[in-house]
Design a protein around this ligand. Sequence first.
Ligand SMILES: [Zn+2]
Length: 120
Amino acid sequence: MTDRELYERAVEAAANAYAPYSNFHVGAALLLRDGRVVTGANVENASYPLGVCAERAALSRAVAEGVKPGEVEAIGITASPCGGCRQWLLEFRLDRVAFMHEGELLVRTPAELVPDSFEL
Ligand SMILES: [Zn+2]
């Protein structure tokens, strides 16, 4: 699966976003190393800080299905990931992060997105 195809799966997932407050629908699609794709969408809440980003929704879903750090090859996202999600992507040791930014599909490594990062 190409990064562009993975991004298209994220676009499809964005249709399921629950975003009544911002109306900013975000989708994410994880490509697992075994070829499976796990999607997520952002889920907002009336208590705003409790909302979950699409990337973390997808990663949480994958973990619930037994996925461990190192088992995710790439992610496609319909928007630039926030700082918190960048830290999550770093921890799960993805190879590539493909996201739409100003009309261009950018592909970065988690380390490029979180330089000089915090790690335990
Ligand atoms: Zn985020």
